[in-house]
Design a protein around this ligand. Sequence first.
Ligand code: ADP
Ligand code: MG
Length: 258
Amino acid sequence: MEPGLSLIKQHMTALNIPAAAGILDELLIKAQDNDFTYQEFLYQLVTHEVTTREKRRLEKQLKWAAFPEYKTLETFDISEQKSLSQKQLNQLKELHWLEQAYNLVLLGPPGVGKSHLATGLGVEAVRRGYKVHFTGMDELVGLLKTQEITRSSRARLKRLTTSDLVIIDDLMFMAIDRHEANLFFQLINKFYGQTSLIITSNKGPEEWGEILGDTAITTAILDRILHKSEVLALDGDSYRLKHRQTIFNPGEKEPTKP
Ligand code: ADP
Ligand code: MG
């Protein structure tokens, strides 16, 4: 006697392949209709389990990464960014730098695509199975200051320190005091040598000291960040301004003045 389908599904669930169990009825009909070989049937069944798992993993890791906006390298138009070549972008996308715990520092004025590029590389890292976490500098300072008293801050910081790649967006955007700079240094020290950082900033490292107001700490922080790093200066007009929609011609670019 043929074993009942419900018993097969029960076993599949016990074996922890619920997605395959879920598609079994449908796939059996498809297999009969299309004269699948045993091998073809089995292939489709296990492939469904694998792709479903991968999709879930990706969703979970993207959520954990906390990107403020979903931006990918596929939507990053390299022709708009003259200071980066396609070859360099491909190299970055390979993520060897991440494997070797290098940091990336993306500099440039507002709107040139720093956050987009950082997020795109972060998404790429998630796709390849790395743990990534994104935070703004202001948010990070808030977390550091409240870690002693707030459990959720500690939880967020734990996410940061257990990630393979941490993106700190808009570094030194606002002035931070000595105590905060100290806490920031301790964190950077924890990352040093084991977690890669992508840091974006509209100010160059030479100006970070002024904002921090303490040369000793700034030097120590810079030392850790820049020791193994690639600094990319992005340039050009603000993408936002160039591609902005106007009230008079929605969706159209500004006409260029003669
Ligand atoms: P920044 O962080 O340097 O201020 P963003 O990364 O936030 O700039 O970019 C501003 C906007 O312009 C975003 O919506 C981003 O997706 C878009 N953008 C910037 N540069 C590019 C580019 N080269 N290709 C596609 N979109 C871009
Ligand atoms: Mg930005």
